[in-house]
Write a protein that binds this ligand. Structure first.
Ligand SMILES: [Ca+2]
Length: 724
């Protein structure tokens, strides 16, 4: 039976249609055999490769690789920046749903959410990650975000992790992350840069004079230099991809291994990475499976990054868990095609923002929930890029053209709509233009519905969200796992293990410390008198202790314990908060005088989040002398509100309305709050009020800790620079 017929049997005709033209080479038994899967992931590139028609890019190995499999042409990241992107990829869930949308944060994902590799491990796959994780959730406060992973996620997670360490005959899922193209590498010292590109033949290095720049960059030597370096790094990365593919060949695994190549987010240059314009989220994706995919095929289906893990499970023949928001676009479970992809931008390092986007094949719609903020807020890390510095300098000198100036507007429009087909750089905003009303309303509705359906946490201010996930700032610990059943069966004991923490995963080993943890999913067989070690982890919780038992006739199972869950979303859901917040924000579409009475009503709401947005609405919609004077009276009354973010928002508005003598002391006090995100809100407010801060210079400078690398300190350092 051919693959097309087989797929009809399992998933209906749509499944067959969603695949590239089938390559009639295989049988059911071959399909049933679990393939190996390899991901080669690089940093901060879009589809800037020769095989995507980029004539400036020199990527012979990836071009060849693309010719051996499928080249996807409509693939989108949901975030535009590392950590939330990777948070979504590893769970097949939107970070906005899990509360992991900020760059960076330590979320506590809801109990049902696991790393998708856990389902592969349960199915017998050997899973390795080498070695970046950056999932926005950790299992301890004290581990490094970029490389931390729950013990349940991978058989190996290290710079040595490799499929070669698996047991004989075991299928594998291996990830190799390449750092070479990361934004930081464009601006490293010259010596380091030369090291990075040492293996690229000098004749293939990129000439600055040949660079084709997007129209939103000024054409200057500095910008051309960054651009050429970026492409040199892509060529260096292309060679690293070849090295990994060669290892696969050496091991004779080419035929049996499905290889994915993609970059994690858009290029690390201004208005690209960190943004949900296509320059931040439109990615290349190449997939090769010599046995089953027709060489040189092209697929233009809309694919989201949260679909990647679902596709892997589908290709591996592992059922797709019900809670997944990602949909498989390859393999047995594929079928449903996306009509839209969605993307979100929340806090980027030390600066808040809330933006949502939906895209189909032709249009991109963007909703700015903080239109009163500029696009190019100062971000310490981003602002190190020479192109960024150059653009700020030229902007200050009034030397940017109208397209280049877009990124430096002091405020944002409420909505943006682009007809991507003719405007791939998203510079002609069609929102409000005649002829596009229906498209605008339709896409606005699609975003609204998506935010409600996925319980988008983006409108819950971070201090409230974080306090809900971790009351009293404390990290919860996963309960110790226990033996829940034990039964003698011949020479063996059959063991079952459970954990009272809802959503916890369990790992075990039966030898000494040097043995790798195995994933527990169903009862295991253990020999008499073996010591079994077990440990449990829930995402965002600290791991349990490692407990051990000697398995023999004295081992007693414990009765099943009641599951303990602290579902932090429950209260938000019960209060219908996701809908209420969006309804309140949709007052942005009303004229100020119509919106204001409703915003004042919301000041009395019991929800801290609603009161926060009500204050912000009043702040930015009170534009007449009369309305400001009315607003002052109301906000002065609630400057001692029970919620720190509400107090800060009130104080910020009052500072803007020349009541800084009352307001600044409130902000200074919040700089001492134990929660970093509260301090950050206060620091941002102080940073934005200009010269009014000057009489308080000494007090601000006293709060600066030169060795702290927290986000509030980054903002305060920026404020202090302005005070010199
Ligand atoms: Ca990245």
């Amino acid at each position: 039976m051919y693959r097309r017929d087989f797929l009809k049997m399992v998933s209906g005709t749509a499944a067959a249609l969603s695949l590239p033209k089938p390559f009639f080479k295989f049988t059911i038994s071959e399909i049933e055999k679990r393939p190996n899967i390899l991901w080669i992931v690089t940093e901060d590139i879009n589809d800037d490769l020769g095989c995507y028609g980029d004539k400036y890019s020199y990527t012979p190995n990836l071009d060849k690789f693309a010719g051996e499999g499928i080249r996807f042409t409509n693939v989108y990241d949901h975030s535009g920046v590392c950590a939330p992107t990777r948070s979504g990829i590893i769970t097949c869930m939107y970070p906005t749903t899990m509360g992991s949308g900020a760059m960076r944060c330590s979320a506590v994902p809801p109990a049902e959410i696991k790393c998708f590799t856990e389902y592969l491990r349960a199915a017998g796959y050997y899973c390795t990650n080498n070695d970046k994780t950056d999932y926005n959730f950790k299992t301890s406060q004290n581990v490094k975000t970029e490389t931390a992973a729950p013990v349940s996620a991978w058989d190996e997670n290290s710079s040595k992790a490799h499929w070669r360490n698996r047991s004989k005959g075991q299928p594998f899922f291996s990830v190799f992350n390449i750092f070479t193209t990361h934004e930081s590498q464009i601006r490293v010292p010259e010596k380091q840069f030369e090291k990075n590109i040492a293996h690229v033949d000098p004749k293939h290095l990129h000439k600055k004079t040949d660079a084709v720049l997007p129209p939103y960059y000024p054409d200057t030597p500095v910008v051309r230099n960054d651009w050429a370096k970026y492409y040199d790094l892509i060529s260096a990365m292309d060679l690293q991809v070849k090295e990994i593919l060669d290892q696969l060949k050496e091991d004779g695994l080419v035929e049996d291994t499905i290889v994915f190549f993609y970059g994690d987010n858009g290029r690390g240059l201004p208005r690209a990475k960190r943004w949900i314009y296509d320059s931040g989220i439109k990615m290349g994706l190449l997939v090769r499976w010599p046995k089953n995919f027709k060489p040189g095929s092209i697929n233009d289906d809309l694919v989201g990054f949260i679909d990647l893990g679902a596709a892997v499970l589908s290709l591996a023949g592992v059922p797709i868990p019900q809670h997944f928001q990602g949909v498989p676009f390859l393999g047995k479970s594929s079928g449903e095609k996306r009509k839209y992809i969605f993307a979100a931008r929340d806090r980027m390092d030390e600066r808040y923002d809330v933006i949502r986007a939906v895209r189909d094949k032709k249009f991109k719609y963007i909703r700015n929930f903080m239109p009163f903020l500029p696009y190019a807020q100062h971000i310490e890390y981003m602002d190190q890029m020479p192109t960024m510095k150059e653009m700020r300098r030229l902007n200050a000198d009034g030397k940017l053209n109208t397209v280049q100036e877009l990124f430096f507007r002091k405020t944002k429009p409420l909505e943006e709509l682009y007809y991507i087909t003719t405007d791939p750089y998203e510079i002609n905003n069609l929102a409000g233009m005649p002829g596009y009303e229906r498209t605008l309303l339709k896409m606005r509705e699609v975003v609204n519905n998506w935010m409600i359906e996925t319980e988008d946490t983006g409108l819950i201010p971070e201090p409230i969200l974080v306090s809900s996930m971790r009351p009293q700032i404390s990290w919860e610990k996963t309960e110790n796992p226990y033996i829940s059943a034990v039964k003698k069966n011949g020479d063996y004991y059959e063991i079952e293990i459970d954990c009272a923490t809802e959503g916890a995963s369990i790992v075990y080993k039966t030898e000494k410390v040097y043995e790798k943890w195995k994933y527990f999913s169903k009862k295991i067989k253990v020999k008499n008198n073996t010591t079994i070690y077990i440990q449990a982890n829930r995402l965002g919780f600290e791991m349990s202790d490692i407990v051990n038992f000697i398995v023999n006739k004295n081992l007693k199972a414990l009765p099943l314990k009641e599951k303990i869950d602290r579902d932090w979303k429950k209260d938000f859901r019960k209060d219908n908060l996701f809908k209420k917040l969006l309804d309140l924000k949709n007052l942005d579409f009303l004229p100020d005088e119509k919106a204001l009475p409703k915003l004042y009503q919301a000041l009395d709401d019991k929800s801290d989040s609603l009161r926060y947005w009500a204050v912000l609405g009043i702040h930015y919609k009170s534009n007449s002398e009369e309305s400001i004077s009315y607003a002052k009276k109301h906000l002065e009354k609630i400057i001692n509100d029970g919620s720190p973010v509400v107090r800060i928002a009130c104080a910020h508005a009052l500072c803007d309305w020349d009541e800084e003598k009352t307001a600044i002391p409130v902000l200074l006090k919040e700089l001492k709050h134990p929660l970093e995100s509260v301090r950050l809100h206060a620091a941002i407010a102080l940073d934005s009020i200009g010269d009014k801060i000057k009489p308080y210079s000494d007090q601000i400078k006293k709060t600066i800790n030169p060795i702290a690398d927290t986000y509030d300190q980054k903002v305060l350092r920026h404020t202090a620079e302005g005070l010199i």
